[in-house]
Structure formats: structure tokens, C-alpha cells
Ligand binder design. Structure first.
Ligand SMILES: C[S@@+](CC[C@H](N)C(=O)[O-])C[C@H]1O[C@@H](n2cnc3c(N)ncnc32)[C@H](O)[C@@H]1O
Length: 239
């Protein structure tokens, strides 16, 4: 992309107020992180902080704070973080600006908080393919020796859904159109790409499967759009 991720996402969050439910993917936690907790919570060392990387307006970060004692939400966009601080604050949650592609900043965070468990929802897919190896390398730095990472990303099957929504009467639904109009591309991760990227930095899947992002966008008939996704729980290969 020619504009930075910060520029693109600040522009999105200026247009879409970061109040709960305004963004396409901003499901209530019972349809997202709370539903996912049984898939990863027991595998996370409770002594470690949990970092929600690309936390957006913090709705799922706040959900994590109900389950873990120290949670940090980080995002490249101050616009999203403003909403997070306003709507999803808690005593055990802190929100900070961080670009996942900024290696020195990521390493400084690791030096400060030590090994961390990580949660990511819908973050890696929107990075340009050429940026993904560096992003995963930096995630490995945050994970250190003891951290584990749970992530939910669009699956290849999401492509058919987006194509059919684009073809639909009247074009893509409003909240999807808002995303695209800011230059954000909901890209699909080719099958096997995530596992290959994490394998290169010494992590293997401990669990994986299919899930969905329950969106906040209804179709004209009232049906809520659910985007096909995959989840992974990665841990160090030698753990
Ligand atoms: C689709 S939203 C998902 C937000 C949140 N994870 C959720 O599920 O509600 C993607 C988020 O990733 C953030 N993001 C994009 N590129 C990033 C980067 N390079 N570093 C950190 N965050 C980034 C965006 O600002 C945005 O808030």
C-alpha cells in the first residue's frame, strides 16, 4: 500500500465512529472472544500478560479482561484506541499505540512486559502479503519463550461470500462498503500461509479449526452476515 497502515486506519476510524457495534466486525464479545475462550484460555499461562494486537475499538480486549488478570490492547490507529479508552476501559486493561511492523517498538514492548500471550482477530489478513513475514517475526518476539497466540483470520471461503455480497442488489452492504472506501482490503489468507509463517519463527499449531466473525451487518432480509474464518492456537515447537 502507498499510504501507511496508520493513515488508512485513522481515516477509517474518523469516518466510522468507534462506538460499539459501528464497525462491520464489532460483534458483542459473546459472539466472539467469549465464544473462543474455551479454545485457548487453558493453554495461556495465567502469569503472563495478554496482548490484543490490532485491538481496534477494544470491544474484544474488554472481553479478554474478564478472563485474564492483565490485558494490553495495542493498535496502529489512535482513532480506534480513543474509542477503546472511551467505551471499553477496565482496571486491568491498558490501551497503547503500536505498529506491529515497527520492530524496535515491538521489541521495546517485550523488554518492558516480558513474554506475553497474544490474541489477534482479523489483523493479519489485511496486511499486504509482503508485510506478513515481518509481522509474524515481531509477534514471535512478543511471545518470547513462554507465550502462545490465538488468532482468528478470514478463511479462503470468505472470498465467495464477499464476491456474492458485491454482486448483490445495490452492491456491498453499507458497513462493508465503508471499509473498502478507505482503501482497506479484506484479503484472504491462502490455505496454509499462517501455519507456514509461524513455522518459520519456530511455532506450530497446538489447535486449529473453523469459526466465523459474526458481523454487525444485516442483509435486507434481516439475516446477520457471518464471515467464514479459521482459528489457530500456536505454541513454540519445542514447548
Ligand atoms: C478488522 S480490524 C479488527 C479489530 C479488532 N481486532 C476486533 O476484532 O474488533 C483490524 C485492526 O487492525 C489494526 N491494524 C492494522 N494494521 C496494523 C498494524 N500494522 N499494527 C497494529 N494494528 C494494526 C487496525 O487499526 C484495526 O483496528
Amino acid at each position: 500500500m502507498t499510504r501507511s497502515y496508520k493513515d488508512v486506519w485513522d481515516s477509517y476510524w474518523r469516518d466510522v465512529t468507534p462506538r460499539p457495534g459501528a464497525a462491520f466486525w464489532d460483534s458483542t464479545p459473546d459472539h466472539a472472544v467469549q465464544r473462543e475462550l474455551p479454545l485457548f484460555a487453558a493453554a495461556f499461562d495465567p502469569q503472563l500478560p495478554v496482548v490484543d494486537v490490532g485491538c481496534g475499538n477494544g470491544r474484544q480486549t474488554r472481553g479478554l479482561a474478564d478472563a485474564f488478570s492483565r490485558v494490553l490492547g495495542v493498535d496502529v490507529s489512535e482513532g480506534g484506541l480513543r474509542g477503546a479508552r472511551a467505551h471499553h476501559a477496565a482496571a486491568n486493561v491498558e490501551y497503547r499505540a503500536l505498529d506491529l511492523l515497527d520492530g524496535p517498538a515491538v521489541r521495546a514492548l517485550h523488554a518492558e512486559i516480558g513474554d506475553a500471550n497474544l490474541y489477534l482477530r482479523g489483523v493479519l489478513h489485511q496486511l499486504q502479503p509482503a508485510d506478513r513475514p515481518a509481522a509474524v517475526h515481531h509477534l514471535a518476539a512478543l511471545l518470547g519463550e513462554r507465550g502462545r497466540v490465538f488468532l482468528v483470520e478470514l478463511s479462503p471461503a470468505a472470498g465467495q461470500l464477499f464476491a456474492s455480497l458485491a454482486r448483490g442488489h445495490g452492491g456491498p452492504p453499507a458497513k462493508l462498503q465503508q471499509i473498502v472506501s478507505h482503501g482497506i482490503t479484506p484479503a484472504l489468507l491462502p490455505a496454509g500461509e499462517l501455519a507456514a509463517l509461524f513455522h518459520r519463527v519456530g511455532f506450530v499449531p497446538r489447535a486449529q479449526g473453523v469459526t466465523t466473525v459474526v458481523t454487525t451487518q444485516a442483509l435486507p432480509d434481516g439475516e446477520i452476515i457471518e464471515v467464514p474464518c479459521e482459528y489457530f492456537l500456536f505454541q513454540r515447537a519445542d514447548a
